[in-house]
Design a protein around this ligand. Structure first.
Ligand SMILES: Nc1nc2c(c(=O)[nH]1)N[C@H]1C(S)=C(S)[C@@H](COP(=O)(O)O)O[C@H]1N2
Ligand SMILES: [Mo]
Length: 382
């Protein structure tokens, strides 16, 4: 792989892997901003990053459409209205380290902490409108429930495949309320090379791996994307699959569905002592498949009692939720060994589970978060 043409990256991130470049922010700094500033947006790559030519770059729509089309970015902007959506982008590997620490068992993958999430204001063309223009099967078409929208990027060869690809159910895109975009802006500015310039897919509520960056081909198909990252990665393998060799030789990959929606999740991000005896705690939560976060709760007694946190930010259907809580230190047996737990509850009444089983790739970890108070105080940055 050729890493010689990498554009400069944010120096505010902690690098978890150099080639390809993978980095996340400190979570205490992250939760200080409702909309994540670009320099604190994590970056997850399976391939080298290049600054592509935004004037000549094109995206082709094909497959089961009546009217194949190829557009430049300027043509897209001229043809389709600009649509904005605030949505949290999150990697399936977010909190992977917590899974490893809690289950005392090694997981495979970049050892992400809690920082591979970013809440941004995305803008671009409505994918639904584009599909209508190219003559895609409509919502009343009997095939619609079986079809997939496949995204491909041929910008650079990846770790495990010659290109990067993903797919999502066509039904998700055809529903206007789902707000799927072909985006060219992040936080009011042209996308940067690190985050997909000139075009990336935005799939609110779905795992980051489906938000294909540098996307150059979009295809309606009867099958999911054939790409490695759709077929043989980003899956919650059963706990009894203990090694990659077993996953391959017993063909677990084809037996387990690809992760699509994010799980309901939350994290304790920072804490500060308010003298004499109160702990001010902050964190984030993120919605799962059954709706936006309604409530966040914290516990200072390892889950025996839960107190409601105050939600300080939430915007629309797809944003993350920021929260804070004041916990009396006397509620803890001993603040020096104390822990703060948090959990989210969504609008359907679904509550985060206390525990979650280990899986080989350490993906979709969404057990109740549990943080040591001394560690939180040590790493507080606000
Ligand atoms: N072309 C391409 N798109 C990609 C990836 C990639 O490696 N190549 N990584 C995916 C993954 S796993 C995630 S979590 C998000 C990360 O987006 P970000 O780097 O803008 O934070 O991009 C997704 N889109
Ligand atoms: Mo990811």
């Amino acid at each position: 792989m050729d890493f010689s043409r990498e554009p400069p990256h944010s120096d505010k991130l902690q690098v978890r892997k150099d080639h390809p470049w993978n980095a996340e922010p400190d979570v205490a700094a992250l939760v200080e901003h409702p909309i994540t500033p670009e320099e604190l947006v994590y970056c997850r790559n399976h391939c080298p990053i290049e600054e592509l030519n935004g004037d000549s770059f094109t995206v082709k729509f094909d497959g089961l459409v009546s009217n194949e089309q190829t557009w430049t970015v300027n043509e897209l902007k001229a043809t389709f209205a600009r649509k904005e959506v605030v949505a949290a982008l999150q990697c399936a590997g977010n909190r992977r380290k917590a899974m490893q620490d809690r289950t005392h068992k090694e997981v495979e993958g970049v050892l992400w902490q809690d920082g591979t999430i970013a809440n941004c204001r995305w803008a671009g063309a409505s994918m639904r409108e584009i599909l209508q223009r190219v003559g895609a099967p409509g919502e009343t078409d009997p095939r619609m429930q079986r079809l997939h929208l496949c995204f491909a990027s041929h910008a650079a060869p990846c770790d495990n495949d010659a290109w990067f690809g993903a797919s999502i159910p066509l039904a998700k895109v055809l529903d206007e309320e789902e707000d799927v975009l072909l985006a060219y802006e992040m936080n009011g500015r042209t996308l940067s090379p690190d985050h997909g310039y000139p075009l990336r897919v935005v799939v609110p509520g779905y795992t980051g791996a489906r938000w294909v960056k540098w996307v150059d081909r979009i295809t309606i198909a009867e099958r999911e994307s054939e790409n490695f990252y759709q077929q043989r990665d980003y899956k919650v393998l059963p706990t009894n699959v203990q090694s990659h060799d077993a996953a391959d030789s017993e063909d677990w990959w084809s037996r387990v569905p690809a992760i699509q929606a994010n799980p309901l999740n939350s994290t304790v991000a920072s804490a500060k002592v308010v003298p004499p005896n109160v702990l001010h705690v902050k964190g984030y939560a993120v919605r799962g498949p059954s709706g936006q976060v309604r409530e966040v709760q914290v516990s200072a007694d390892e889950g025996k009692t839960w107190l409601p946190a105050t939600i300080t930010y939430q915007e629309g259907r797809w944003s993350w939720t920021l929260w804070e809580a004041y916990v009396g230190l006397e509620q803890m047996k001993n603040a020096r060994q104390g822990k703060v737990w948090c959990r989210a509850v969504d609008v359907s009444g679904v509550v985060q589970e206390i525990d979650m089983d280990w899986n080989l790739r350490g993906v979709a970890y969404s057990a109740v978060d549990e943080k040591d108070v001394p560690q939180l105080l040590y790493s507080a940055r606000y």
